[in-house]
Every structure is written in structure tokens, then in C-alpha cells.
Design a protein. Structure first.
Length: 667
């Protein structure tokens, strides 16, 4: 017995998430097909999937960008966001998470829980997003539903609960039996263990059910179903289903579950506008396309929209519903919905439109750990390459484009080698430009070695007057920057103090070795302006000089990025692999033996692991598996000393720096 989906409100915003190759895009394609939105099934392998429309996606058979599409199921509209599964494109997943009301997490019945699965799961839980787990590829050789269910409960949450029992497996997989439908269970004795999981989980959600369960009385199926819905909406229970999307098995049941277990969006259409831009594209004719999730209010064609993040006004020239490469003019975007808004030419990803009230915060998942230099084949391509990467950086801010104009160099931050290959392909297909990348290098950081002061008295050449004194102190690892001012307004006007506060994070982008400085507190303890001689831009120049003076006084220590790893290798290769980990400066716990395989967990520096996956494959004849997660930054050993070229003039060279800044600001 199931709860009828038709009774629920008529809109859902749902993201599809998975580790690469779990069948995410295939499942999305089946949803579109079985709902009647498309007439024929596309194929990931053939490059004809509706949501993989970029050339590089069709060539490689992977999703690179999050794709938004919309269809209807049983009278309910569903905004579906198909996100990339490869870790190199985690930034797309990060931005999509922010605007979802529900999530479908797809797990392969063969590989089970993988690295990306755990990263996404943790983010979903921190954002409290209701989640359905869909175990796909049940028809594949090696599919093991009970093993995967055990892994889900062990590695993700004990609240993971099956609402169906698979009928058969591998070539004999024939769908699933509804655990709340006695008739479908009558001839499926293997479903007993699955139903037991369900009964225990439902009973824990409701005192009356729990009392009946503990007393051994039969539980009412309707009460169980209601407890499941309530638990799913509260993100304390996570329904699990089984299917084989390449054959269309289990997809209709998944669509029904989306309507039942995913909440409808809240929000008033008459309230002040509150929304966020979570995706940007560029149309060759219409210009920038901003994908907006609206939480409150209404935006119509030709409306002027306030960009809260940038404190400016922009006009929405057109509002369209996008379906892959096709779109339709809908003219209005109302609270709870998602659409593409044209005309917001100065907007960027992450900008809040209207008021920030009711707009959820971001969850950081993607941390680029590598930096690369762009190289172009012809000197004449230089201006076009710069313009192309500036456009791509608008669409993916984590590229953090660094253009060294004097040296005629471009540097990017990247997640890994696949992203570099994809960027090369995009430059060629979209911009007709051939580029390559230099060898990737690890992104280090700096942190103060001790506490101390930085001072600047910017009094010449006239007219200028800015005096600042900062106290700089080391912070806890992972704390970032904590800034505050103790200066009174009569000594330093509030507008000047605000300018200093804006410039401190910029000044810390390059430390003594030209890496970003982090994990510190900066306190402004003294400040002075002059009634006649101070210019508002004096503190733009003075702040970096005071900060760098402080860093020079206290010194900095190097920090390197670390990875938490989980590894499984055949037992006979265990000794060799552990020796390799020691050479790589790895730290690991005592190994665990399971079924003639050795499992290891620990920490590794990113710097020593760039080619480790390939070496592990060679060492174990392809039988070793490695899962890694970013684990933050840690102090480098004393013998690790890595500096990089500074962008611009060093504020420690005061005369040269003042001259360059004054010329730049006056220009």
C-alpha cells in the first residue's frame, strides 16, 4: 500500500547526484522518456543524451556541467538538475545543492558507495536536504543489493531504509516488490529481511508504532507509510529503491517516490524577491544566461531586479524555461521555481537577487588543489585566449583566473587532469582556440609563524595620509581569516575603516612566498586619517603595505593540502603498498583484513600523490582501489620550501609599490 502522489502540491525541485558511472544521466534520460517529455531515448555512450549537450560531454560520455530540465509526472512539474559525477567537476555539484528541495543519490549495485557518494552525502546532510537513494545497475554482473544496503547503512547513515525489495539480481533482475504492498510480497520470501529494516526504521519515527513493534503487534501499513513520509521530509529517514535504468526498470517507481518523499517548495509569490544565481551560460545572440532559483516573490520580463551581492540594478529582458538545447519564453518566474533569466549582464554565479532573507547559504565541496599555466600555440591567439578564459571563469569562478599582464601569462586553479582535458576541448570546440597546460603544481598556503605587529605610515608623496597598525596572530587550522577593528571612529572614519576591512583579504592573497595566507586573526588597533590630506583611496594603498610589514615581522610557515584516503588491495601486495605510503609521507592506521584483502585508511600529502593512482594500479596489477577526500591543510615539514612568482609589485618595496598603485588608481 502506498500514499497517493497526486494529492501533493504540483512542483518539485530535485537534483540527481552520483559518483561517476553510476548511471545518473541514463536515469535522467529514462525519467524524461517515461514521463513523455522526450519521444525517444538518448544514449550517454552514443552522445545523444538530452542533458549532455556540450560537444565534450558527447565525445567523452561524461557530464561536465549541471543541466536543468523540466517535465511533468502525474500532474506535478519537476525541475530536475542532472549534475556531473566526476570529482573534477565538484563545483557544479556544489552550486546545484544550494537550490534543491530534494535529492536522488544514485549508487551502483556493483561498486556500491564510492568517494563522490560520501562527499555528496555529507553535504546533503549538512544542508538537511531530503534524499532518496536509488541503487542502479541491479542487472549487472556482480550486483549485490544486500551488500550495498549494508554499506549504505555503515558508511552513510543508519536512517537509510529500503521501501522495496529487489526481485532477483544480475541477468535475472525483474524489478522490485513494494514493501508496503502485502500482495506483491506474498510470493517473495527474500523480502523479509528488507521489510524488517523498514519496520524498525518506521517504528523509531513514531512512539505508537515503536510500542506496537516492541510488543510484537503487527504494524499498520498506512501508519508506516505516513511515518516514512514524515521521516523523509525531516531528513531522518532516507528511502532506498532498486532499478536498472538502462532497461527502464524501477524508473516509474522512482518518479512516484519523488512526488511522495520530496517536499514541495515553499515561498510566497507576493513577497519581496529573494533568489540566487546558481549557474551561468552564454548565448551567442542573447549574451549571459543566469539560472535563478527564486525562493520568494515574482520576476517578470522587463522587471528591474536588484542584485544584493553587487548592490546594483539589472533588467531581466527575458525569462525562459530551458530543456537541454531548447527553450521557451515563459515571461515570469514565481517563488519556488527555477528558470533562465536573460539580461543580467553584470551578474555572477552565487549572486543573491533581491533580499538575502530565506536564501540558503553555500556548502563548500570543491577545493582546487592544483594550479596550471595556460599555453597557446600562436602569439596572435593571446588576446582571444585571455577573453575565452575570462568568459569560462564567469561560468566557473573556482578557476580563479590569474592574468599576469606584464609577463603575458595565464594561470588557473583546477581540480584534476580530467578538468584540464575538458577545458582544452571546450577552448577548441567553442572558441576555436588550441591551448595546452603546463605541468600542474600543488597549491600551498602560508600562515603566520608567530604573533606580531604590522605598521604603515603612508604620508608621502603628497597629497596622502594614512596610518595603520595591525596585530597579526596565528589561528587554528582551518579557521581562515578573522578580522576586527578596535579603532574609534573619531580617529579613523568609518568609511575608511570599511575600506581597510575590504582590502585585508585581498592583501593576504599573496604572502612572503606569494601563496595565500590563511588561518590567522588580523586586528586593526591603530588608525589615523587627516582632515585635509587624506584621500579615500589612500587606505587602498596603505592596507597591503601594513599587512605585508606585519607578515615580514612575524614570518610565515608553509601549509600543504592533505587527502584522507581509503584503500583496498589484495593481501599479498599489502607490504609493498605500505612501504610506498611511508615513502610518500603517508600516515595510516593498522590495516584491516577482509576476505583476503587488506584495507587501509589514513592521510597523504597531495604533493606526493599526483601519480599515485597509476602507480597503485601497476603495483597491484589493477586490483587495488583508492578513494580520497580533501582533508584540509597542514603544516609542511621543515624541508618543504616552495615559493611562486608574485603577481604585481610587492608592497614591501614601498616606493615602487606606491608608484605602481597610484598610476593604476589614477588610470
Amino acid at each position: 500500500m502506498t500514499i497517493k502522489a497526486e494529492a501533493r502540491i504540483d512542483l518539485r525541485n530535485v537534483g540527481i547526484f552520483a559518483h561517476v558511472d553510476a548511471g545518473k544521466t541514463t536515469t535522467t534520460e529514462q525519467m524524461l522518456y517515461q514521463s513523455g517529455h522526450i519521444r525517444s531515448l538518448g544514449s550517454v555512450d552514443a552522445g545523444t543524451a538530452q542533458t549532455d549537450w556540450m560537444d565534450v560531454e558527447r565525445e567523452r560520455g561524461i557530464s561536465v556541467r549541471a543541466a536543468v530540465t523540466r517535465f511533468a509526472w502525474k500532474g506535478t512539474a519537476i525541475n530536475l538538475v542532472d549534475t556531473p559525477g566526476h570529482v573534477d567537476f565538484l563545483s557544479e555539484v556544489e552550486r546545484s545543492l544550494r537550490v534543491m528541495d530534494g535529492a536522488v543519490l544514485i549508487v551502483s549495485a556493483v561498486e556500491g558507495v564510492q568517494a563522490q557518494t560520501e562527499i555528496i552525502w555529507q553535504a546533503l546532510r549538512e544542508l538537511n536536504i531530503p534524499t532518496i537513494v536509488y541503487v542502479n545497475k541491479m542487472d549487472r554482473m556482480g550486483a549485490d543489493a544486500l551488500r550495498v544496503l549494508e554499506d549504505l547503512r555503515r558508511l552513510l547513515s543508519p536512517g537509510v531504509v529500503p521501501i522495496a525489495a529487489p526481485i532477483g539480481a544480475e541477468a535475472d533482475f525483474a524489478g522490485s516488490a513494494d514493501l508496503l504492498d502485502g500482495q506483491s510480497l506474498a510470493d517473495n520470501p527474500w523480502a523479509d529481511s528488507y521489510r524488517q529494516h523498514l519496520l524498525e526504521a518506521a517504528a523509531e519515527q513514531d512512539e505508537t508504532l515503536l510500542e506496537a513493534y516492541l510488543e510484537g503487534r503487527p504494524l499498520d501499513d498506512r501508519s508506516i507509510a505516513e511515518a516514512l513520509v514524515e521521516g523523509a521530509h525531516r531528513s531522518t529517514l532516507f528511502p532506498v529503491m532498486f532499478g536498472a535504468s538502462n532497461r527502464g526498470i524501477g524508473v516509474k517507481e522512482l518518479l512516484d517516490a519523488v512526488l511522495i518523499y520530496m517536499p514541495a517548495p515553499a515561498g510566497s509569490e507576493s513577497a519581496p524577491v529573494a533568489g540566487v544565481i546558481f549557474k551561468m551560460e552564454r548565448d551567442p545572440v542573447m549574451g549571459k544566461i543566469a539560472y535563478v532559483r527564486l525562493y520568494q516573490g515574482t520576476i517578470r520580463n522587463r522587471d528591474t531586479v536588484h542584485n544584493h551581492t553587487r548592490d546594483m540594478q539589472d533588467k531581466a529582458t527575458q525569462i525562459r524555461r530551458v530543456h537541454g538545447q531548447k527553450s521557451e519564453d515563459i515571461g515570469v518566474l514565481a517563488a519556488g521555481d527555477i528558470a533562465a533569466v536573460y539580461g543580467l549582464s553584470r551578474a555572477r554565479i552565487g549572486d543573491v537577487l533581491g533580499t538575502p532573507e530565506g536564501v540558503p547559504g553555500e556548502k563548500r565541496l570543491a577545493v582546487p588543489l592544483l594550479t596550471v599555466q595556460v599555453q597557446w600555440s600562436s602569439e596572435g591567439d593571446y588576446p582571444a585566449v585571455v577573453a575565452a578564459f575570462q568568459e569560462l571563469a564567469d561560468e566557473d569562478p573556482l578557476l580563479d583566473l590569474q592574468w599576469l599582464q606584464d609577463e603575458r601569462e595565464l594561470h588557473l586553479k583546477v581540480m584534476g587532469p580530467i578538468q584540464m582535458e575538458v577545458l582544452t576541448s571546450i577552448l577548441l570546440s567553442r572558441f576555436k582556440l588550441a591551448v595546452t597546460f603546463g605541468a600542474p603544481s600543488v597549491i600551498y598556503k602560508e600562515t603566520p609563524a608567530a604573533a606580531g605587529e604590522g605598521f604603515v605610515a603612508y604620508l608621502a608623496p603628497k597629497p596622502c595620509w594614512a596610518i595603520l597598525r595591525f596585530v597579526i596572530e596565528p589561528g587554528e587550522r582551518g579557521s581562515g581569516l578573522v578580522y576586527k577593528s578596535l579603532v574609534r571612529g573619531e580617529r579613523l572614519m568609518e568609511s575608511y575603516q570599511n575600506e581597510v576591512a575590504r582590502r585585508v583579504p585581498e592583501a593576504l592573497q599573496q604572502g612572503l612566498r606569494n601563496w595565500e595566507v590563511t588561518d590567522l586573526s588580523v586586528t586593526l588597533v591603530e588608525g589615523e586619517h587627516h582632515v585635509w590630506h587624506t584621500h579615500p583611496l589612500d587606505f587602498v594603498i596603505a592596507t597591503p603595505m601594513g599587512i605585508m610589514n606585519g607578515l615580514a615581522n612575524v614570518g610565515t610557515k608553509m601549509l600543504e593540502p592533505m587527502l584522507r584516503f581509503r584503500m583496498s588491495v589484495p593481501e599479498e601486495y599489502g607490504g609493498k603498498v605500505m612501504n610506498e605510503l611511508v615513502v610518500m609521507r603517508g600516515e595510516f592506521e593498522a590495516p584491516v583484513l577482509r576476505q583476503e584483502r587488506m584495507e587501509l585508511e589514513g592521510l597523504l600529502p597531495v604533493a606526493t600523490t599526483l601519480d599515485f593512482p597509476a602507480r597503485l594500479g601497476a603495483m597491484t596489477k589493477g586490483r587495488g582501489t583508492l578513494t580520497t577526500f580533501f582533508a584540509g591543510y597542514r603544516e609542511c615539514p621543515p624541508d618543504v620550501e616552495v615559493s611562486r612568482r608574485r603577481r604585481g609589485v610587492n608592497p614591501l618595496e614601498e616606493a615602487k609599490y606606491i608608484l605602481s598603485m597610484r598610476n593604476a588608481l589614477s588610470g
